[in-house]
Design a protein around this ligand. Structure first.
Ligand code: GLN
Length: 483
């Protein structure tokens, strides 16, 4: 039984109250925080309030929401009314949103218990959570290593059982890559499936909110609770949301799985490739038809992303000027105040992206960089279309390596960017992607990436579930969680 299902049956049978469950997770979160630093803030008061409300409903015999009593951690780039939202940036310190994001609103309606706001790379820019201006988060499997990023806190929290499930955001891989590094399931939905209202914007045409969980079933249950049309987000899709858990059957006979040739070779650690190869063999044994697909434009994915994402970021981050949000540095003139606030408020990676984006969008360079990148983006989407002519679901490693040591890549932004080589094309095409554990290399988890057709979440979950049921990787926990 999945963690969510198990807790809910304990609640329904009266074995435990939502308050008991909340306290158990809050206590473990607190106990592990000095070592892990997954959370920017624990929201104990709010959690206990929400748990008491669930217990009151239970007592009154009222029906409970689909996530009633389930402790959840929220990435600190989701606006939470009355609770500071920092994006791990100095510039937002002291910003208390006057409104609630649609996702956290839906979670509260579903009865979930928010235990805290998790650490991230500043404004979700990074692959290791080391760009946080607040603290460094450790990987629960090896405290000297990074948890991945940018949703590193959310991944670490689930991996170490500080929360049952969590929310992340994925612009170029920020859910899937940390899920791989921390040995949990992480999923980026189809662009527009989950509302971005109240998600602090990084690159608006790429950003998607999605679930972390210990199992595919729990990820599906969490997506179910947050997906759906939202009039507050103009890019939100107005589509029927299927019942994802009903697609969770282990039978995938005849499903066509396409191995992306370009993502299996260069730059991939040999152990990672070997484990992914073993996963492919396992799929074959399960009755899937394995085909190889070619996506020749994917080699331009990283370059394309690092024009488009910074361009959008430079526009989105223009609003932080010391007037409307968070921090302000006083100066003699208005322009001086803007400049000083932005200079002191933003960290080096954020500044780098604002400069790249402003440059790429400037009149003389727009055609050569931004417009060209948009054209390549279309070609990447076409490669996916072609591949989906031959396959139902695509497969690759999630990341070319296992979690690296803290500090290893901080002086070399390009090598840090390479971490997302395999996840970025998925965002550029707006498709759903999922990472799930497929083995260990030197004691560190390795992630398998599955990619679905647009709005093909059900099939994606089914493919992931079948593999998960046939393996035991997802049952392993880091020592820190079991001690
Ligand atoms: N690591 C990528 C970046 O730095 C992706 C980040 C993300 O998905 N938010 O932009």
């Amino acid at each position: 039984m999945s963690a969510i299902r198990a807790l809910q049956s304990q609640l329904q049978q009266g074995d435990r109250t939502a308050t008991d469950i909340a306290l158990e997770y809050l206590n473990r979160a607190k106990q592990l925080e000095p070592q892990l630093k997954s959370f920017i803030a624990l929201t104990e008061e709010k959690a206990l309030e929400q748990a008491a409300a669930v217990d009151a409903r239970l007592k009154a015999g009222e029906t409970l929401g689909p996530l009633a009593g389930i402790p959840i951690a929220i990435k600190d780039n989701m606006c939470t009314k009355g609770i500071e939202t920092t994006c791990a940036s100095k510039i937002l310190q002291g910003f208390v949103p006057p409104y609630e994001s649609t996702v956290t609103h839906k979670l509260a309606e579903a009865g979930a218990i928010m235990v805290g706001k998790t650490n991230l790379d500043e404004f979700a820019m990074g692959s290791s959570t080391e760009n946080s201006a607040i603290q460094l988060t450790a990987n629960p499997w090896d405290l000297d290593r990074v948890p991945g990023g940018s949703s590193g806190g959310s991944a670490a929290a689930v991996s170490a059982d500080q929360a049952v499930i969590s929310i992340g955001s994925d612009t170029g891989g920020s859910i899937r890559q940390p899920a791989a590094f921390c040995g949990v399931v992480g999923m980026k939905p189809t662009y527009g499936l989950v509302s971005r209202y109240g998600l602090v914007a990084f690159a608006s045409s790429l950003d998607q909110v999605g679930p972390f969980a210990r199992s595919v079933e729990d990820a599906a249950l969490l997506l179910q609770a947050i997906a759906g049309h939202d009039p507050m987000d103009a890019t939100s899709l107005d589509v029927e949301i299927p019942d994802y858990s009903s697609s969770l059957t282990p039978d995938i006979k005849g499903m066509r799985i396409g191995v992306i040739e370009e993502l299996m070779g260069e730059g991939c650690e040999p152990d990672v490739r070997e484990l992914v190869q073993q996963a492919i063999d396992r799929y074959r044994e399960l009755g899937a038809e394995i085909v190889t697909v070619e996506c020749p434009t994917f080699k331009y994915g990283l370059a394309t992303y690092y024009i488009i994402a910074p361009s959008e970021a430079s526009a989105n981050l223009a609003r932080y000027d010391g007037v409307k949000y968070g921090m302000r540095e006083e100066a003699d003139s208005l322009i001086g105040m803007y400049a000083k606030t932005r200079d002191r408020g933003f960290g080096p990676e954020v500044k780098r992206r604002i400069m790249i984006g402003t440059y790429a969008l400037s009149a003389g360079y727009y055609d050569a960089y931004y417009l060209k990148a948009q054209k390549v983006r279309t070609l990447i989407a076409r490669d996916f279309e072609k591949a989906f002519g031959q396959a139902d679901v695509l497969l690759s490693p999630t990341s070319p390596s296992v979690a690296f040591k803290a500090g290893d890549k901080t002086d070399d932004p390009l090598s840090m960017y390479l971490s997302d080589l395999m996840t970025i094309p998925v965002n550029l095409a707006g498709l759903p992607g999922l990472s799930l554990p497929c083995g260990f290399s030197q004691g560190l988890p390795v992630g398998l990436q599955l990619i679905g057709k647009a709005l093909g979440e059900s099939q994606l979950f089914q493919a992931a579930y079948a593999y998960e049921q046939a393996t035991t990787w997802h049952q392993q926990k880091p020592q820190i969680a079991t001690a």
